[in-house]
Design a protein around this ligand. Structure first.
Ligand SMILES: [Fe+2]
Length: 194
C-alpha cells in the first residue's frame, strides 16, 4: 500500500463526495446501498460532475482500477474502472463488503452466481441470468450474495463504471474454473492504477 497516494482531483468532486457521504449515513447495508444507487444515478447525469480524464483510459490486457476517494470518517472507498472492449473479470467476491456500481459510460453485463456447495477447497456455483447495465444505471451487491462476473458488453467501445465499496477494496477471492460448475478459490491482491 502506497501511504502517499493522492487521489486525482476532478470537477464536482466535493459535490459527489457530499452526496455519497449522505447516502452512506443511511443506516444498514440495505438502506445504504439503496441510497447509493439513487445517488449514483443522479451523479452520472449531473453536468457539474466530470470524472478525471484518466478514468477513460483503458489498459492493455485487463480492466483499469483508479481510486478516486477513500473516506476517512465513513470508511468507504470509490473506484473508477475502465473496461476495454470485451474486458471483464473472473468469478469473484467482494471481500464480504457491500458494493454499489454505477455505469458512467457504455454498457456492462453482470452475471451473478449462486453458491451451491463447498467441498473443502472446491466450490460449486451456478450462473444466474445475466443482468445488463446501460449508461446511467446502478446496482448493488450485499454479502452473502456477492459472487459475480462483470464484463464490458461491447466488443468495440470502452465502458466506465464507478464502484462504491464499504471499505478499502484491496483484495478479493477469485474462483478459477475446474469444470462442471466447480471452482477453486484464490486470494487476489488488487492493483491501483494511475
Ligand atoms: Fe465485482
Amino acid at each position: 500500500m502506497d501511504l502517499h497516494f493522492t487521489p486525482p482531483a476532478f470537477r464536482g468532486k466535493d459535490r459527489l463526495i457530499t452526496a455519497l457521504d449522505a447516502a452512506v449515513g443511511q443506516g444498514d447495508a440495505e438502506g445504504i446501498t439503496h441510497a447509493l444507487q439513487h445517488t449514483l444515478r443522479q451523479a452520472i447525469h449531473d453536468p457539474e460532475i466530470e470524472l478525471p480524464s484518466c478514468v477513460h483510459q483503458p489498459l492493455q490486457g485487463r480492466y483499469a482500477r483508479r481510486e478516486l476517494h477513500r473516506s476517512t470518517t465513513l470508511g468507504y472507498s470509490v473506484i473508477a474502472m475502465c473496461w476495454g472492449p470485451g474486458q471483464g473479470t473472473p468469478l469473484h467476491d467482494h471481500d464480504a463488503m457491500w458494493c454499489v456500481e454505477g455505469v458512467w459510460r457504455g454498457d456492462l453485463q453482470v452475471t451473478p452466481y449462486a453458491l451451491l456447495e463447498q467441498r473443502g477447497p472446491r466450490w460449486r456455483f451456478a450462473a444466474q441470468p445475466v443482468l445488463y447495465g446501460e449508461t446511467g444505471s446502478a446496482g448493488s451487491l450485499i454479502p452473502p450474495h456477492e459472487y459475480h462476473t462483470l464484463r464490458n458488453a461491447s466488443s468495440q467501445d470502452i465502458a466506465v463504471s464507478l464502484h462504491v465499496y464499504q471499505g478499502p477494496m484491496e483484495r478479493s477471492t477469485v474462483f478459477d474454473p475446474l469444470g462442471d460448475g466447480w471452482y477453486q478459490p484464490r486470494v487476489q491482491e488488487l492493483d491501483r492504477d494511475s
